[in-house]
Ligand binder design. Structure first.
Ligand code: ADP
Ligand code: MG
Length: 333
């Protein structure tokens, strides 16, 4: 069987079947945003890793090394946020061509350093290798959380409100603009580039949700709403209704897609890398979030018993949707 037939997630499931993570010290192994390891009676260690590869995840012509350093760390911090934890340390493995400019490479570390400082995380090691074919950056972040408060993907309950903690689609639209697939007014280009290259991990928000006692399931939005909500539903044995009108869109995305509803839907419903949080829990949480953070938390739907995702569109029709977000290998029809 080929990887393009199983897809990324089919393959990960096969790995999980082989490593069921039965050790009592592994509170959660493969299958969530971070692994959860028992530290002591009250605290857990969180571990997450992500790999960024030149010409797959980024194009050198489009992103500065400082931005790339930020993004490589941010996507990992976002996985710690998704569990409701705090980031503590990071290790960075880097493979680069021998002709790389050292001063420029250090800018990669400057991007990481600025972000790490803001979240009280520290770089404690890594590995360096030559690459004959583009740059590879692998970041692993270790974090901590109160074991009782950690939020997993599999806790969604029927009747839960589904929330997102930021506007959707800006990063995916930004990628479309960078690749020349979509257009935007020159005044908006910087906004979309920033959304794609400089995601802000929502660690304080993640901890707020974990401590609230009102949230049942959480993950970060890296692959796109349809895929990521699909992961929560599959893990929880539930389904979801999403209200199209409730999906939050930024003013720049509304403006840029005013004549292109397809681009709006693709980027906001299926587009990835927004790195805000997707969670399910008690209704009314948006008011407590507003009090705490002075910005909105967006209710966008409801968890239901019946499996599958349905979009309730603007005409109040219920349309079945399948996950169309990012999968490295799947060839979709
Ligand atoms: P995220 O998008 O939150 O970073 P992924 O979709 O990359 O999560 O991974 C989902 C789960 O699969 C995680 O628990 C991750 O650790 C695990 N995983 C991904 N790739 C592998 C692999 N090659 N071997 C073992 N586990 C993997
Ligand atoms: Mg994640």
């Amino acid at each position: 069987m080929k990887l393009h037939e199983t897809g990324e997630f089919g393959f990960i499931k096969m790995i999980h079947d082989r490593f069921p993570n039965a050790d009592a010290g592994v509170l959660r192994g493969i299958g969530d945003d971070a692994a959860v390891l028992k530290k002591d009676d009250e605290n857990a260690l969180l571990v997450t890793t992500d790999l960024l590869i030149e010409n797959v995840h980024f194009l050198r012509s489009d992103i500065s090394l400082k931005e790339l350093g930020h993004k490589a760390l941010a996507v990992n911090l976002s996985d710690i946020a998704a569990m409701g934890g705090s980031a503590k340390t990071a290790v960075i493995s880097l493979a680069v061509h021998a002709d790389e400019d050292v001063e420029q490479l250090l800018e990669l570390y400057e991007g990481m350093e600025l972000l790490a400082k803001r979240h009280n995380a520290e770089l404690v090691g890594g590995d360096t290798s030559i690459s004959k074919n583009g740059m590879f950056i692998s970041v692993t972040v270790l974090g901590e959380a109160d074991t009782d408060c950690i939020l997993y993907r599999d806790g969604a309950q029927t009747g839960d409100t589904i929330y997102v903690s930021g506007c959707l689609g800006d990063s995916a639209y930004g990628l479309g603009v960078i690749l020349g697939k979509w257009r935007c007014a020159p005044s908006l280009c910087a906004y979309f580039r920033k959304a794609h290259h400089l995601p802000e991990p929502q660690l304080a928000e993640g901890r707020f949700f974990a401590k609230s006692g009102l949230v049942h399931a959480m993950m970060d939005l890296s692959d796109g709403l349809s895929s990521d909500l699909g992961h929560i539903c599959t893990a929880s044995g539930k389904g979801a209704h999403i209200f199209e009108e409730a999906i939050p869109l930024s003013d720049p995305l509304k403006e840029a897609t005013v004549d292109d509803p397809a681009a709006r839907t693709i980027s906001s419903l299926h587009g990835g890398e927004d790195y805000c949080l997707l969670l399910t829990g008690h209704p009314g949480l948006e008011f407590r979030f507003m009090e705490a953070f002075g910005r909105p938390l967006y209710p966008i739907g409801e968890i239901v018993d019946e499996p599958g995702l349905r979009l309730i569109n603007k005409k109040a029709e219920s349309v079945s949707i399948s996950p169309k977000g990012h999968d490295h290998f799947l060839r979709r029809a």
